[in-house]
Design a protein around this ligand. Structure first.
Ligand SMILES: [Zn+2]
Length: 103
């Protein structure tokens, strides 16, 4: 049995395809919403500094009618306490995992 770390994002790279599918099912938003969110945050943070809140993430979720309370709770459980932390703590493992998954 693998030792499960507390944050889902830390387990992502060890998950099988089936586990990843179940993980995606459990999220309050779709895989491509998450990836678009990363792109949106990168675009915004190139122009403005992070103000240590999820303001751009919130803007994205409002514009795309996503569930902000559930999504921000998931981001924070995985270390994404503000816009720059989402990119730093969540985006790299996410991208490594799903780039491999697509191959
Ligand atoms: Zn920040």
């Amino acid at each position: 049995m693998p030792i499960l770390k507390k944050r889902e994002i830390d387990n992502l790279e060890q998950m099988s395809g089936e586990e990843l599918a179940a993980f995606l099912e459990s999220l309050p938003l779709g895989r491509y919403d998450v990836e678009d969110l990363f792109d949106f945050l990168e675009f915004k943070l190139e122009r403005e500094d992070c103000n240590h809140s999820l303001r751009f993430a919130m803007q994205y979720m409002m514009e795309n009618r996503l569930n902000f309370p559930q999504t921000s709770a998931w981001l924070q459980q995985n270390g994404g306490y503000c816009d720059c932390k989402v990119l730093e703590q969540i985006a790299p493992a996410w991208r490594r995992t799903f780039d491999r998954f697509d191959e």
